[in-house]
Design a binder for this molecule. Structure first.
Ligand code: RUB
Length: 301
């Protein structure tokens, strides 16, 4: 995979979702390292670092992308000669991808147990961790039904409803603004995450915090499915998570609304008070345990 092609696929959202973009970045760095010709170790390190920066410039919010790049580059800092350095980088990338894929399976296994037979679920956007968990619950014999939001402006909810219906799960598509209206019928909200902050706040698709607020009001628990690569070391060091703003054309054609300001933030932060549990591959945790997870992770920025 050509590095620029990978970066473009992430930028244009041809590949999207925090886990998938992180794995693609790891794969692209691996291929970039393998295609490096020459014997100058310093030049290799510089070029790989620049490649990492290019990948990081694509989308700012998902920390899994940053963690993937940091882990792979860290692998490439180990070794005495270029051949070993390359080998270590490739191994770091392959481990990241394998661990990330395995994490989703484990999360689904654990998360499914928290979904009761007969439950009505609500999900938002399209999270591979959340969708895999819901499908696992269905495969485990739970008789579930799902409300899925459209998830404006990009409508990733369309992907979700198609994935769920393909598995035979009764699924109902709703517009984002119908969430409060349907919430009294819902037993559990299941969403993914782009980033989990050190204080336990979860950054996910815009609208997640409103859903969590409605769930809180209706006393419906909120379950976040997120592998530990989504936990942000940077926030422990005081950094704030940048909320991506995308092209306003994703909402409307600005020329149709002369004089009108248009704002398109695509993620928001749900405070830990509105989240019941985060299901990680390490187990079910309270959002307040995010600090310990980040400390144990040992991913440097
Ligand atoms: C996707 C989104 C998903 C998270 C988690 O946003 O908000 O809920 O990324 O997904 P976008 P996953 O479509 O803008 O990338 O569980 O697959 O990592």
């Amino acid at each position: 995979m050509d590095l620029e092609e990978a970066a473009r696929k992430i930028e244009t959202m041809e590949v999207r979702g925090a886990a998938k973009i992180a794995r693609l970045a790891a794969e692209a760095l691996k291929d970039f390292a393998l295609s490096f010709e020459g014997s100058d170790t310093e030049k290799f390190r510089e070029e790989v670092k620049r490649a990492g920066e290019r990948l990081l410039s694509t989308r700012p919010t998902a920390v899994s992308l940053r963690n993937a790049v940091n882990i792979v580059l860290k692998g490439g800092r180990e070794g005495d000669n270029l051949s070993d350095i390359k080998k270590n980088l490739v191994m770091a990338a392959e481990n990241f991808i394998a661990n990330s894929e395995k994490a989703i399976e484990v999360i689904a296994e654990i998360g499914s147990k928290r979904i009761k037979d007969g439950a009505i679920l609500l999900t938002h956007c399209n999270s591979s961790a959340a969708v895999t968990t819901i499908i696992k619950a269905h495969k485990d014999g739970k008789n579930i039904k799902v409300y899925a939001t459209e998830s404006r402006p990009k409508r990733q909810g369309y992907i979700t409803v198609r994935q769920l219906v393909k598995e035979g799960i009764p699924t109902t598509l709703i517009v984002d603004s119908a969430v409060r209206h349907v919430m009294p019928k819902v037993d559990l909200v299941v969403v993914g995450a782009d980033t989990v902050e050190s204080n336990g706040a979860v950054i996910n698709k815009i609208g997640t915090s409103q859903i969590a607020l409605c769930a809180h009001e209706a006393r419906v628990p909120v379950m976040v499915c997120a592998e530990t690569y989504k936990f942000s070391h940077e926030t422990l060091a005081g950094e704030l998570v940048e909320i991506e703003e995308r092209d306003v054309n994703e909402i409307v054609k600005p020329e149709d609304f002369p004089g009108v300001g248009i704002f398109n933030p695509v993620f928001d932060a749900t405070p830990p008070e509105y989240i019941d549990v985060i299901v990680t591959e390490e187990g079910v945790i309270s959002p307040h345990a995010a600090y310990e997870i980040i400390k144990a992770l040992d991913i440097d920025s």
